[in-house]
Design a protein around this ligand. Structure first.
Ligand SMILES: NC(=O)c1ccc[n+]([C@@H]2O[C@H](COP(=O)([O-])OP(=O)(O)OC[C@H]3O[C@@H](n4cnc5c(N)ncnc54)[C@H](OP(=O)(O)O)[C@@H]3O)[C@@H](O)[C@H]2O)c1
Length: 365
């Protein structure tokens, strides 16, 4: 029997990986929401994103997979495509979100991530969806956490000032207050990094974006004839080196979410996280080593930050809160639904955009 899923944000890093994962089940057809002026453009954008996602997985997109994809125009900020011609939808996966962290985007973040989620929920309800799967952010829960462990339960958005995290938690809060309509599954995901097989990443998000800044800085320094300066002078970063580096390859995130949804678990909040995360210090040491630089310093007083330090640290700013303390992520509902923990070494070479076989095992040095 054919089962229809609706995925928003299908042109993004997580969304495209999720669509590929859902397509792995032969009976699934996927309605893919994409920002576009019309359906033809939506088709081109979705197809190109899925081809790229398949390439990251080290393969090609098959014609049989594409035939089970139905793109629709979907914009959270202005009129939605409310007609889902493949209804009833089994599950609506709301992945799309704005991810700017700066204060000047507060209103846009509220519109896209909070009001947009409310509208997406109404679309799901109208399409007869049984489940509304909301992709949220574990960093938001970590930032809102007061103790040393983030639990799979509601967080108070007022505990967070940073506008992106606040918007994700406000969307969660609104969804948790709904009665009737599709059953809720909130997936609080850790930072998605490169594919577990190839190590390659799709978008300049998360650690990949930071690694991109590192490469730009390396190129700039080469242009300025600064040679191997950073091989001798460590930069300062705002983070706790002993914090856990909460990240997972994007395909493992997608796989875990699909399996949790299919498990029929009655829980509403799931933390999709690596059970054996490495420490921030280790991951950064590897990243900087790959650039030919010495390891960065952590926990350095503000007065010692130079312009160079500030430049690099800005690219890392959205993670300051999450990596300020060595926080653990509790996963009882996730473990029960999956029947075990997700464990994976982080492929740091992936974050450099240069796939290499060297896999850094979690916790290894
Ligand atoms: N990256 C992280 O570190 C991280 C960590 C945990 C959770 N998450 C969550 O994971 C989800 C996906 O993140 P990602 O890393 O895959 O980001 P991404 O690659 O930037 O993808 C974002 C997706 O959302 C779509 N989108 C943005 N604004 C939209 C709007 N107004 N209307 C319709 N679609 C819109 C984008 O469409 P366009 O192609 O048109 O731009 C894109 O498809 C988000 O909900 C995010 O909060 C991310």
């Amino acid at each position: 029997m054919e089962t229809t899923h609706f995925v928003t944000g299908a042109t993004g890093f997580v969304g495209s990986a999720l669509v590929l994962r859902l397509l792995a089940e032969q009976g699934n057809t996927i309605v893919c929401g994409a920002r576009a002026k019309d359906r033809d453009q939506a088709r081109i954008r979705v197809e190109s994103a899925l081809r790229e996602a398949a390439r990251l997985a080290g393969r090609e997109l098959e014609a049989g997979e594409l035939a089970r994809v139905s793109p629709v125009v979907f914009d959270l900020a202005g009129g939605l495509a409310t007609t889902v011609d493949r209804a009833p939808v089994h599950a609506m996966w709301h992945v799309a979100a704005a991810q700017r962290t700066e204060e000047q985007y507060r209103a846009e973040l509220a519109r896209t991530n909070v009001t947009g989620t409310q509208t997406a929920f109404e679309v799901a309800r109208a399409a007869g969806a049984r489940r509304f799967c909301f992709v949220s952010d574990a960093s938001s829960a970590l930032v809102a956490t007061e103790g040393a462990v983030a639990f799979e339960r509601a967080c108070d958005p007022l505990a967070v000032t940073e506008p992106y995290h606040r918007s994700k938690l406000e969307a969660e809060q609104w969804l948790l207050a709904q009665r009737g309509g599709p059953r809720l599954a909130i997936f609080r995901c850790v930072t998605p990094v490169g594919h577990s097989k190839t190590g390659e990443a799709f978008a300049r998000r998360g650690l990949d974006r930071f690694a991109h800044e590192l490469r730009l800085l390396r190129d700039l320094m080469t242009d300025q004839h600064m040679g191997s300066f950073l091989a001798h002078r460590a930069v300062n970063l705002r983070a706790n080196g002993q914090a856990f580096f909460h990240a997972l390859p994007v395909d493992l995130l997608a796989d875990a979410m699909a399996r949790i949804e299919a498990s029929g678990s009655e829980s509403s909040i799931f933390h999709v996280a690596n059970a054996t995360p490495p420490r921030v210090e280790l991951v950064f040491r590897r990243l900087f080593f790959a650039m030919g630089w010495c390891a960065p310093n952590f926990n350095v007083a503000e007065k010692h930050f130079t312009t160079l330090d500030e430049h690099l640290d800005k690219a890392w700013a959205r993670y300051h809160g999450a990596y300020a303390r060595p926080l653990e992520i509790a996963q009882p509902a996730t473990l029960a639904a999956l029947g075990g923990a997700i464990e994976h070494g982080i492929v740091t070479a992936s974050t450099m955009g240069e796939p290499r076989p060297s896999i850094v095992q979690a916790g290894a040095d």
